[in-house]
Design a protein. Structure first.
Length: 361
């Protein structure tokens, strides 16, 4: 049986062009290499799974390629990776400093990638300072961290800092579509969109979720299968709830909310999602703001159709009431009743055009 390689490893970018959603940083690094303006100490900071270590490896390979015959050479012997989470003592850093003095056997540079650098102890940071400020000509240090604020200022001042951003839903979705096509997976746009949203800005997480969902539903990726596997409340639930609210069907609304709870969803997650849904409906009422909705084309059409049924005044009140319920949720002694009361108030905003001001009650 052939060993399975997870997509995050299988599709790890090999060039700067392949890196998803970090064009500002990759262009800056390429220009720095071409104009010979690359600093010897770089700090890559940003959320997990956005390409920090990947860019560090690509950079290590790129700066060693000029004048080298084999374009496939990965210069593995020139790249030294240290995980500061488990190697954070002064002795570990002293050992690293001893290695730095030795020039590379092949290529031009030795590249030292120190991951999770914020985990180094204070004494280890201090031991590292002098070498970081005046490294040998053949050494380049790339420090990677998710928590820049934990790094001492004397280290930060010696590094050129690159802030990696969270991957947008659009960029993650486009990359997932490329991966799905390469694997022969048939997909619905909304299915990939849900995966991209669930990843919350981390491309590595998006690919891991993609693998999981493909294992669940095979080569046909549908929105329904993805929402079932990831146990997420999809837009159909909120569209149905909003229809019941607009029709003032309080009993049906409470039954529908009970079904949501019976599926294992959290009331807090539901009510914050309802506020977001009202916001998306409000955005759908103006052509220029439809682009602000992070959703697939099919979902946007459904939002647009429902937005015609609700007034902007109702949606503004709905957002305020759902948001107030969201804020009160954690301190409430009866959380289910709090959400049910909010739903009943929402469904009571309009009865035959007569407005019931229940927000004050």
């Amino acid at each position: 049986m052939e060993q399975f390689v997870v997509s995050a490893r299988k599709y790890r970018p090999q060039t700067f062009k392949d890196v998803v959603g970090q064009s500002a940083i990759t262009n800056t690094l390429l220009n720095a290499i071409e104009t010979n303006h690359l600093a010897q100490a770089l700090l890559f900071t940003g959320p997990r799974g956005v390409g920090k270590t990947t860019c560090a490896r690509i950079l290590a390979r790129k700066i060693n390629q000029p004048g080298y015959d084999d374009p496939e050479e990965d210069f593995a012997f020139n790249v030294f990776e240290l995980d500061a989470a488990s190697n954070n003592s002064v002795d570990d850093i002293r050992s690293l400093i001893d290695q730095v003095r030795i020039p590379p056997q092949t290529g031009i540079y030795k590249v030292y990638i120190i991951d999770e650098v914020h985990m180094l102890s204070a004494s280890a940071f201090n031991a590292f300072l002098k070498t970081l400020e005046e490294p040998p000509k053949h050494a380049i240090f790339i420090l990677a961290t998710t928590e820049k604020h934990k790094i001492i200022p004397t280290i930060l001042s010696r590094c050129q800092i690159f802030d990696f951003k969270r991957i947008t839903v659009k960029d993650a979705k486009e990359h997932l579509a490329e991966v799905a096509d390469s694997q022969g997976v048939i997909y619905e746009e909304d299915a990939l969109h849900i995966i991209a949203q669930k990843a919350d800005g981390a491309m590595r997480d998006a690919l891991s979720i993609f693998d999981r969902v493909v294992s669940f539903c095979g080569k046909n990726l549908t929105r329904q299968a993805v929402t079932e596997n990831l146990n997420v409340l999809d837009y159909e639930t909120y569209l149905n709830m909003t229809n019941l609210i607009l029709k003032n069907k309080i009993p049906d609304l409470l039954i529908a909310y009970n079904e949501v709870l019976s599926k294992g969803f959290d009331g807090h997650h539901f009510i914050s999602g309802l506020a977001s849904h009202f916001r998306d409906l409000l955005m759908s009422q103006t052509p220029s703001t439809i682009a602000l909705i992070e959703a697939g084309d099919q979902t946007k059409r459904a939002y647009f159709e429902q937005s015609k049924k609700a007034s902007a005044d109702f949606l503004m009140k709905g957002i305020a009431m759902a948001n107030e319920c969201d804020l009160k949720y954690k301190v409430s002694q009866n959380q289910r009743l709090l959400v049910e009361l909010c739903l009943m108030q929402l469904a009571s905003i309009t009865f035959d055009g007569e407005k019931k001001k229940l927000m004050a009650t």
